[in-house]
Design a protein around this ligand. Structure first.
Ligand SMILES: NC(=O)C1=CN([C@@H]2O[C@H](COP(=O)(O)OP(=O)(O)OC[C@H]3O[C@@H](n4cnc5c(N)ncnc54)[C@H](O)[C@@H]3O)[C@@H](O)[C@H]2O)C=CC1
Ligand SMILES: O=C(O)C(=O)Cc1ccc(O)cc1
Length: 367
């Protein structure tokens, strides 16, 4: 497709969409805007955008497609600004916000003027932010939820889907209310719990600093999302306040129930509590991406000597297997360390396993 695509907010999501759109539509002209000049400059230097907009308004006026990829309270402000501009005939406006009800309400300002607004939420991402973390295939196989506004006709949705071809996401239409209920349960509420677990560990750590050193493995895994951008999650929580209040109340009741099971040492109930959770968790789809994306990690027990990381990454590079992240867990002078290597796909992870098994005697396992 040809045309000007204006992306406001060149962070993880704006940058990833710019890359995916450029890949599928090389003729598209991508104009970018960000309040942070560093991100804007980096996006241009990395050829993620073709042009920097002089201002938000100037970028919006030139666009055939406007994508708002900023924290959700800012998205509302941008919709208001757009509603007051003289835009190009036939322009499509969409966003990437993690919430939809308040955005769709604000977008009625556009619908009233006959401007097609289609709410959007690519349900993949990470705890990282910024254009440097953006990836062309961030949304591959992930769900991409759309909430068309009242002025958005089927043909508009079809055009937006075409623009989004390069994301290789699974696009679904839902209502804004359904959206906020579902994402409240599986994404927004877990972020609050992850943050609360970290707060709890932080408080106990003040008394006993060994906690911080022991907090590897499982604790790191379930609290990874607590490392996400605080501004973004402040906005999301305020936007989905009602749902989060309901979930918090239900959770408090459930914790009270667990408290009483423990107090009375009711073994049957305790067993059932864990077993029912395990059964549902084990039945969740494994390899496809959800709001909390799958990470393809491989754990390698390595001796703690200099050069071991370059030895392993060297073997993987020889086989042209790309890694997306590498970290060391629990290295102490007297024990083996665990190297956690992440890959883009299950296929890469299996090739890596085969490669390392062939070339070394280190123990490894896939989590
Ligand atoms: N991070 C994630 O995993 C996901 C985030 N989202 C949603 O996408 C949106 C963007 O999130 P990310 O890209 O992760 O955040 P980010 O922090 O990586 O990028 C947001 C960018 O917007 C810019 N920005 C903020 N206010 C602005 C303004 N008034 N004008 C112009 N630029 C402005 C920031 O400087 C930043 O570069 C948010 O609404 C978020 O809820 C959706 C799916 C996944
Ligand atoms: O890092 C993670 O696992 C996430 O939870 C990513 C994420 C963040 C916000 C969304 O609206 C969707 C996905």
């Amino acid at each position: 497709m040809r045309g000007n695509v204006f992306i406001a907010g060149l962070g993880l999501i704006g940058g990833s969409l710019a890359k995916a759109i450029k890949k599928a539509h090389p003729q598209a002209h991508i104009i970018g805007f960000d309040v942070r000049e560093s991100e804007l400059g980096l996006a241009e230097a990395l050829n993620i955008i073709d042009e920097q907009a002089v201002s938000f308004e100037e970028g919006a006026k030139k666009a055939d497609l406007i994508i708002l990829a900023v924290p959700v309270l800012k998205t509302e402000q941008m919709i208001e600004i757009i509603a007051g501009l003289h835009l190009k005939e036939g322009v499509l406006v969409t966003d990437t916000g993690s919430t939809k009800s308040r955005i769709m309400k604000r977008a009625s300002l556009l619908s009233e003027k006959g401007i097609a607004f289609i709410g959007g939420h690519p349900m993949a991402g990470s705890h990282k932010s910024g254009v440097a973390a953006s990836k062309e295939l961030l949304f591959e196989n992930a769900f991409y939820l759309l909430t068309p506004g009242s002025a958005a006709e089927e043909k508009h949705v079809a055009i937006l889907k075409k623009w989004l071809d390069g994301t290789r996401a699974k696009i679904l239409e839902v209502t804004a209310e359904e959206h906020d209920e579902m994402t409240g349960v599986i994404s927004h509420f877990p972020h609050i719990i992850a943050a609360s677990l970290v707060h709890q560990a932080r408080k106990y750590n003040q008394e006993n600093p060994l906690i911080e050193r022991l907090a590897a493995g499982g604790f790191r895994d379930i609290t990874r999302i607590a490392s996400s951008n605080p501004e973004m999650w402040k906005d999301i929580s305020l936007h989905n306040k009602e749902m989060l209040l309901t979930l918090l109340t239900n959770w408090r009741d459930e914790m009270n129930e667990v408290l009483s099971i423990l107090e009375t040492e009711d073994e049957d109930k305790l067993y059932r509590y864990f077993n029912e959770a395990k059964t549902f968790r084990d039945g969740l789809p494994a390899a496809s991406k959800g709001a909390i994306p799958a990470f393809y990690e491989m754990y390698v027990d390595v001796p703690d000597y200099p050069g071991v990381i370059s030895e392993l990454t060297g073997y993987l590079a020889d086989e042209r297997i790309s890694i997306t992240n590498i970290r060391i867990v629990e290295t102490r002078d007297d024990v083996f360390g665990v190297l956690v290597i992440s890959f883009q796909s299950e296929e890469d992870r299996h090739r890596a396993k085969h490669c390392i098994e062939q070339k070394t005697t280190y123990d490894l396992f896939l989590a």
